[in-house]
Design a protein. Sequence first.
Length: 404
Amino acid sequence: MAARAAHDMARLSRLLLFCLLIPASLAAQASTPADAERLFMRGVEMQRAGDVIGAIDAYKSALAMDPTRVDALSNLGAAYVHLGQFEDAIARYNAALQIDPNNAAVRLNLALAYYKSARPTEAIQPLKMVIATDPNVKNAYLILADCYLQTGQSREAVSVLEPREPMFGEDLAFAYVLGTALLQTGDEPRGQQYIDRIFRAGDSAEGHLLMGTAHLNRFDYPAARKELERAVQLNPRLPTVNSAYGRAMLGLGDQPEAEKAFRRELAVNVNDFESNLMLGSMRKSAQDFENAAMYLGRAVAIHPGDLTARKLLATLKLQTGAVEEAVQMLEQVIADAPDSIDAHVQLATAYNRLKRKDDANREREIVDRLNRELQARQGATPGDPAAGTTPPPPASEPTGGPDR
């Protein structure tokens, strides 16, 4: 049973981390020129032998003779992915889909290229189309659920996987992804069922990670640290294990150790939203604005709807003098969250810098109103420091260096 657990978890790691490309299953090409076919087969042989550059040249030569060859476009995309040239791969997959829109294998490869290039949001739609075209592609369900998890859509991950349990049976990779999603939605009783299933298969990093996540959800940081330390010992490359450990260390007040953990996570899984967000916030506080912008920009790309990531990136823009960009971002945040007091405060500051006094005054009035409403809900006396209000920004402020 333990051997089976190791096999299944290795398969999950390969699936979600390395995303092996699926060979295209294509109908024979009509009227394929003999020379194009010969060049295509040479490319296949080179690719199998590990000569990726030679394969790329051969596929390009075949496509120069016959630009409609979907198999050559797909294999060329796979070769570019192998080199980490994801934009080139995406362009070839899209070209193949223009010719053969119903090719589920090519569309799955397109989704994997988005996934591996830290763009899980863009991977979701092609994965949904793969499933609609071929409902029996098991890998597509697991990758789609992981994309939902990475973009903060845990309930959607549950809805994708839970009805497919008969398809996966006792598959431990399925149990791990669904168990994670259930725990993130706060459904610990059902999540515990999948934790138990993994633990029954042997002492595994996945089981300890799920248990540690359950403790994190209860804010029991010492217990979470114990479980997550064991998970890291068993498999330091398991997706999200270092990120979860970083959260536990933050909860225990050990920020340097947390930052190390978040960096380890990104070395394994650049798509991890939590690690990008937390490192961006930490680097911003340390006034390391270049790295903060990199991490926060990636966090927003991974989870475009997350208000915290968007506000942090907007305030970073404000600190570094990109005031117009900050205004645009803050206006969008307020459109989605009109009661966000800190966003109104920052927007008033930005308007002041742009000498838009009427707009700044309007934002200060909104801040005052929201603070009064908050005080009323809390039953606090206006002006009471315990009321937790946010002070309005000054009527004017000096221009110059970054905010402190």
